[in-house]
Design a protein. Structure first.
Length: 320
């Protein structure tokens, strides 16, 4: 098969389009003919930081396509069925092998391109907000770095749950667009203080919860924005900057801090139920993901470069 591969870590140019062996599947394996790949933040981090174990490495968490082969013990899906699928690597290819626990049948009426964004993107947002942080109606949630996929998912899910969402992005145009997805207030963090604005919006009390998808130097501002006994969710490092928690902030405000990696939960019955429900919501039009741009899979290097450098709104996809 053809795939986007790398043999060393580095910038997007380390990705090349080449021929590798078709992936093998075991008794519980599912082989998917890829139609769309959603570029996830973890894909970019893996390309930069995860050394290839043996020879050319195929990066990529997530894709949607059609099942072309299954192992003898597979019961969740059938050959010919359209699915979205997850694995820790391998999606940037014509064929994607996953365990059946991570293959999710697509409901009727769903757009396959948009469905390719669901498991990691919406699943991460859902798990952070509800499983770990216990979001309640009427609470105020600050979503930092909200113009990316997980951020836009979080804005929608939190608003639908009855929360007041304050969403940040860089640039007035990008931040204003977040209102279309349920943000009650938007902040251009390149032009104003996140903390000062949040304190003004909450009568000086601070927000109940911060979902930090960006990490980096903004953490000090976010700590000022959060209330006493608030919750801080560490979801991503989209900024690419090193981030350290200050124990003074944690202790003096009695904060609760959670990290979220939904990929480790996705294959459990609870995680599967979350993804399946999110797919039904998307098919019904209750949630959506803006697709900023679609590249050919053979142009994976250009797609990664765009995802990293162009500040896309929503997700960047690749079509096989």
């Amino acid at each position: 098969m053809q795939a986007a591969i790398y043999t060393r870590n580095g910038d997007p140019d380390v990705l090349t389009w080449g021929t590798v062996s078709d992936p093998a599947i075991g008794p519980t394996g599912v082989l998917v003919k890829v139609a769309y790949v959603s570029i996830e933040g973890g894909d970019l981090i893996s390309r930069r930081m995860t050394p290839p174990a043996n020879g050319p490495h195929v990066v990529g968490y997530q894709a949607a396509g059609t099942v072309v082969a299954i192992g003898e013990q597979v019961t969740r899906v059938a050959v010919g069925q359209k699915v979205c699928a997850f694995h820790w690597f391998g999606s940037h290819a014509e064929l994607f092998a996953v365990d059946q626990r991570h293959a999710f049948p697509l409901p009727d009426g769903i757009d396959m391109a948009m469905a390719s964004t669901v498991p990691t993107t919406f699943g991460t947002a859902h798990d952070a907000l509800f499983e770990f942080a216990g979001l309640q109606p009427g609470e105020t949630v600050l979503v930092q770095g909200a113009a990316g996929g997980v951020g836009i998912a979080a804005v929608q899910l939190a608003a639908q749950a009855g929360a007041r969402v304050i969403a940040t992005a860089s640039g007035a145009g990008r931040s204003a667009r977040l209102a279309e997805y349920g943000a009650a207030e938007t902040i251009d963090h390149a032009a104003e203080s996140i903390a000062e604005r949040c304190l003004a919006l909450t009568d000086g009390k601070g927000v109940d919860m911060v979902m930090d998808i960006a990490g980096g130097r903004a953490m000090a501002e976010l700590m000022r924005a959060i209330r006493y006994r608030g919750r801080y969710l560490m979801v991503g490092i989209a900024s690419g900057e090193s981030t350290c928690l200050d124990f003074t902030d944690m202790v003096t405000k009695s904060l609760t801090c959670h990290g979220t990696l939904f990929g480790r939960e996705m294959g459990t019955p609870r995680g599967q139920a979350i993804v399946e429900d999110l797919l039904r919501q998307m098919a019904a039009g209750a949630i959506r993901m803006p697709i900023d741009r679609v590249f050919p899979l053979s142009e994976a290097a250009a797609a990664h470069r765009y995802a990293e450098q162009a500040h896309p709104f929503g997700r960047v996809l690749m079509a096989a």
